[in-house]
Design a protein around this ligand. Structure first.
Ligand SMILES: CC(C)(COP(=O)(O)OP(=O)(O)OC[C@H]1O[C@@H](n2cnc3c(N)ncnc32)[C@H](O)[C@@H]1OP(=O)(O)O)[C@@H](O)C(=O)NCCC(=O)NCCS
Length: 230
């Protein structure tokens, strides 16, 4: 089943505009909606999937995605704060069964914007796809979406954390143009054993003309978890 690119992202962004966001952010969201409209109208094929903003009620439906050892499940306030602070960076893909009351979640991405000056960037907090929906290009589309959102937001780069042992994901990110920026020692705490390091992977966006946000041989650079706070 081919992944059908985001079809109603503009409908989902504009009408659900969060009133307390500052005017500058509103303009960013609307311009992003226009960027996305042109992108996704070009790739729309049949109506086999429906991509829209992540909603609070998705938390009742996403167990088929989150019941996976490599997918973090956070507390409810974590998801709600993302949905309210970065609504345009939290996207859910549902199987389109023509029954909107009973969506079948296929995958989602959650991101945020943070940092100052040259560190202003888009961060991928979570990306996951239901086991039954993998290798259909969903993650690639979601990552592409977030990168476009970062470009529209004038971010210098996109970054993410991934376990070095999650080779599938590390290789996927490399294939998508990401490289290791540094190894974060003991980033993933483990109450039953040794903590696990993380790769901090980055991809420079178009604003970073000189590619200063990335570097070669990033695996050789280490830092502590507290050094990754922006
Ligand atoms: C990692 C994950 C998000 C990939 O999602 P996906 O929708 O299956 O990925 P896509 O179909 O978009 O594939 C993107 C690229 O990754 C590669 N890839 C994905 N799954 C692969 C697999 N099982 N074997 C080899 N390559 C694979 C593909 O080659 C593809 O590149 P290509 O299109 O150029 O061939 C998914 O496996 C997942 O949810 N894993 C558990 C959660 C997780 O690890 N998240 C990342 C945490 S940082």
């Amino acid at each position: 089943m081919p992944f059908n690119a985001v079809s109603d992202i503009t409908r989902s962004i504009a009408p659900h505009y969060i009133p307390f966001r500052p005017p500058r952010a509103r303009v960013r969201s609307l311009s992003l909606a226009l960027v996305l409209a042109s992108q996704f109208s070009a790739t729309k094929t049949s109506s086999m999937s429906d991509t829209r903003r992540f909603k609070a009620t998705d938390l009742f439906e996403f167990n088929n995605i989150n019941l996976d050892s490599l997918t973090e499940t956070f507390n409810i306030s974590f998801y709600l704060s993302y949905m309210s602070r970065w609504p345009n960076l939290c996207v859910m893909v549902n199987e389109d069964r023509q029954t909107p009351d009973h969506p079948s979640p296929m995958g989602y991405i959650m991101g945020k914007s943070e940092g100052k000056d040259k560190d202003w960037h888009t961060h991928v907090t979570a990306i996951t796809v239901a086991p039954s929906c993998r290798q259909l290009g969903i993650a690639r589309k979601l990552m592409d979406y977030l990168e476009r959102a970062g470009d529209a937001d004038k971010a210098y780069f996109v970054d993410l954390f991934v376990r070095p042992s999650n080779l599938l994901a590390v290789n996927m990110y490399k294939r998508l143009g990401y490289s290791v920026y540094r190894r974060v020692l003991g980033y993933y705490s483990n109450p039953h054993g040794p903590d696990e390091d993380s790769f901090d992977m980055r991809k420079a966006l178009s604003r970073d003309v000189n590619q200063q946000s990335i570097r070669k041989n990033g695996e050789q650079f280490t830092c502590k978890p507290e050094d990754t706070m922006f």
